[in-house]
Ligand binder design. Structure first.
Ligand code: DX5
Ligand code: ZN
Length: 231
């Protein structure tokens, strides 16, 4: 494996620390730099960046140019979630834009080993994700090669959806499989994460919590309270 050269890595935090990753998808797009600075000040370690191509998912979000534009506004780990059909082609553009970590979906019709190797060759850590309907067995063969597994707790494509509780057994089994490797692989969850669901996923072994609406649409704009309540 090529050495990881990105500035921020998940191993910079203690293994048992639960990290919070606000999703930019729910931020105010007319004040992006301020929104990014505000969640960082509120204690978020990671910024989650949802990239949608209108093909892998039925929605289009934003691209590498936007990631590059907000990079100077933040010292957070940039966690790029590629919900796109062609991660092999586009991963380099997100690395160039400032991504530290890049996650792709196991459902794409590309050789997952090759995608992981290409992300590592870029100097980024790699993550593999699966939709709610995808069995966990699909990602197990790649576990030892990645730095993160991302379990979707909503159907990817849109923010603001309800948490899928039926994904909890999958999270528990992945947690056990990760423990068995002895490696510091992070287990991220994404979709409908708020106070109650955060507690359930933490108890199931998740240690990176993506949160869009529950942070950026927090009551009174209190991002710190919204982040603190998730841990
Ligand atoms: C959904 C995205 C999520 C989304 C989460 O496809 O991957 O990251 O922004 O938003 P909430 O937290 O509002 O469910
Ligand atoms: Zn996401």
């Amino acid at each position: 494996m090529a050495s990881i050269s990105s500035k921020h890595v998940f191993t910079q935090w203690p293994r048992d620390r639960v990290l919070v990753a606000p999703s930019l998808l729910a931020a105010r797009y007319d004040h992006l730099a301020e929104e990014v600075a505000a969640v960082e000040k509120a204690g978020a370690e990671v910024l989650h960046l949802d990239i949608m191509d209108g093909h892998f998912v039925p929605n289009i979000s934003f691209g590498a140019d936007l990631v590059k534009a907000i990079r100077p506004a933040s010292g957070m780990l940039f966690d790029v979630h590629l919900m796109i059909t062609d991660p092999l082609k586009y991963a380099p553009r997100f690395r160039d834009a400032g991504a530290d970590h890049i996650t792709f979906h196991v459902e794409v019709e590309q050789d997952a080993d090759k995608v992981i190797d290409s992300i590592h060759a870029l100097g980024c850590t790699a993550g593999i994700s699966l939709r709610p309907a995808t069995p966990l067995e699909m990602v197990l063969p790649y576990l030892e090669k990645v730095e993160m597994v991302l379990v979707m707790t909503v159907e990817p494509g849109f923010g603001g959806q309800s948490f899928h509780g039926e994904q909890l057994p999958k999270i528990q089994k992945l947690h056990a499989a990760i423990q068995a490797t002895g490696k510091p692989i992070r287990l991220e969850v994404d979709g409908g994460i708020a106070k109650a669901s955060a507690e359930l996923v933490r108890q199931s072994g998740a240690d990176v919590l993506v949160a869009g609406s529950s942070v950026f649409h927090a009551k009174d704009g209190d991002y710190k309270a919204a982040i603190d309540v998730l841990r």
